[in-house]
Design a protein around this ligand. Structure first.
Ligand SMILES: Nc1ncnc2c1ncn2[C@@H]1O[C@H](COP(=O)(O)OP(=O)(O)OP(=O)(O)O)[C@@H](O)[C@H]1O
Length: 251
């Protein structure tokens, strides 16, 4: 049975897509079968993975028009169910009873085919994020290493409360991952302390691994490659490898 991770933080630019892409690529390189799901209308994950957004997409899967298995495209890092701009209207399309369970139900027939399913979410707490939180086993919260980004995390925890109560009682938070982190700056260390406190309040942990700021991230995205193929030896890629090892309990 696969493990399903939702990468979320309602704050924009927290590193959700970058983290989702890197985790999918890193796990795939380790030999695991991985499915990525892009629920963000901006479709950055879909674009970087080199997938097409004009055929069967996540919106069709969520409305029940398309089976999840029929929406999967092959990428260098396993499979992806792509996003499309139309996902921006999801809150208006997905309104019927049981709307929170659409993704969970759609994934049931294919879950067994994957070791890991990685869901990238939009920077909002609407029906798409609720579907992701309902369908997953646990949540990874990337947070840009600054004070304002961290403050949003407590709001996310509030959103998770009703999800845990009504649609996914076993939902856990895997941890908070600091992104665009500069280990040498005093400010970053202060941010790490605050992140540690917030993690404690939420009953989760701050990952020991941190992801540094690096131009390779943007370059890889522009060239539609994963960090692992664009810059396999870059320090930021090593950061993600350290994070994945920690996530898998390998260190
Ligand atoms: N470690 C990093 N170093 C440098 N730039 C980064 C890093 N991580 C992310 N970025 C850049 O920051 C921007 C936001 O990152 P990303 O798209 O991963 O965040 P996001 O949380 O998914 O954003 P959104 O909420 O808009 O979907 C992107 O332009 C990305 O290239």
């Amino acid at each position: 049975m696969s493990k399903v991770y939702t990468i979320t933080n309602q704050k924009g630019g927290a590193g959700k897509t970058t983290t989702a892409l890197a985790v999918a690529a890193g796990l795939s390189l380790k030999g695991y079968s991985v499915l990525s799901i892009d629920l963000d209308a901006q479709s950055n994950m879909t674009y970087t993975a080199g997938a097409k957004a004009d055929g069967a997409t996540a919106l069709g899967v969520l409305t029940g028009e398309i089976r999840a298995g029929d929406a999967i495209q092959k990428t260098g890092s396993g499979g992806i169910i792509p996003a499309s701009k139309a996902l921006a209207g999801a809150d208006a399309f997905i309104t019927d009873t049981g709307k929170e369970y659409r993704l969970k139900e759609a994934l049931e027939p294919i879950r067994g085919e994957y070791d890991y399913i990685i869901i990238d979410t939009p920077p909002a707490l609407g029906i798409l994020t609720i579907n992701a939180l309902t369908a997953c086993d646990s949540v990874i919260i990337p947070a840009q290493a600054d004070i304002y980004s961290l403050q949003g995390i407590e709001q996310l925890a509030e959103t998770m409360k009703p999800v845990k109560k009504y649609t996914n009682p076993d939902l856990t938070i895997e941890g908070i991952l600091l992104t665009r982190y500069s280990p040498r700056s005093v400010l970053s260390r202060e941010v790490a302390e605050l992140a540690q406190q917030i993690a404690g309040k939420l009953g989760t942990k701050l990952f020991r691994a941190t992801i540094r700021e690096a131009v390779a991230v943007k370059e890889a995205q522009i060239s539609q490659q994963s960090l692992y193929s664009y810059a396999p030896k870059a320090k930021v890629t090593e950061d993600y490898s350290r994070f994945i090892a920690e996530l898998l309990g390998e260190e």
